[in-house]
Design a protein around this ligand. Structure first.
Ligand SMILES: CCCCCCCC(=O)SCCNC(=O)CCNC(=O)[C@H](O)C(C)(C)COP(=O)(O)OP(=O)(O)OC[C@H]1O[C@@H](n2cnc3c(N)ncnc32)[C@H](O)[C@@H]1OP(=O)(O)O
Length: 176
């Protein structure tokens, strides 16, 4: 994992008492989500809670995900990291959206490989939530293909009703 630079005063948030237990699979937070929902071309990402403020996710890179022939599209890989870092909110129960996402591409990711992503919350300062993740090829201890850092900004639930279609009827309950 990259060394994460945190601003002075950032602290680790508390793991919410209702957060999924370590090892537990996280629910799909929205059935049409490109990352974890049942969208035919989506990532169909499966994510389980780790210890503390960590998550472990994985998805199979398919023909739907190509940029160059036989290789995953970089923007699509960034999407997978956005999804994983966003889902960290299920551990803290802080509703937040991506403000900034920085992705380092270190190795090509071929079609038919499985990308394993470990994500963690690094700290919180005010409304800013600092997160990072590493993606490895074909095994949880496989070669590092990508690393990423995300800054999430805490928002009120009105963010989703004001800018989107609200949360009514959605099959997620913890964090939009
Ligand atoms: C379970 C869920 C899984 C979901 C996974 C997917 C998650 C997503 O993809 S969310 C969708 C993508 N993101 C978005 O659509 C967000 C769009 N942006 C926005 O709505 C707004 O810009 C928003 C809410 C992030 C910030 O706006 P606003 O609430 O007015 O806050 P604002 O006052 O500008 O910023 C708050 C703080 O964050 C900082 N900040 C905001 N954006 C950034 C940024 N890009 N870079 C650095 N700092 C930033 C500000 O500097 C400020 O810092 P400080 O408190 O120190 O002054």
């Amino acid at each position: 994992m990259n060394k994460v630079e945190l601003p002075e005063g950032a602290t680790l948030p508390v793991r919410h008492p209702d957060a999924p237990a370590p090892g537990e699979e996280l629910p799909v937070h929205y059935s049409q989500c490109f990352g974890c929902g049942d969208n035919e071309s989506g990532l169909h990402m499966r994510v389980r809670a780790g210890e503390g403020l960590t998550l472990h996710g994985r998805f199979l890179v398919t023909d739907h995900h190509q940029g160059a022939p036989g290789l995953a599209h970089g923007g699509l890989l960034a999407c997978a990291f956005d999804e994983m870092l966003g889902m960290l909110g299920m551990l803290t129960h802080i509703p937040a959206v991506t403000g900034r996402l920085e992705t380092d591409f270190r190795r090509p990711v071929p079609v038919d490989s499985t990308l394993h992503i470990r994500a963690q919350v690094d700290g919180v300062l005010g409304r800013k939530i600092y997160t990072s993740a590493v993606g490895r090829l074909n095994a949880e201890d496989g070669p590092v293909a990508l690393t990423a850092q995300g800054l999430f900004i805490e928002v009120g639930l009105e963010h989703f009703s004001k800018h989107g279609r609200g949360l009514e009827g959605r099959d997620f309950e913890v964090n939009p």
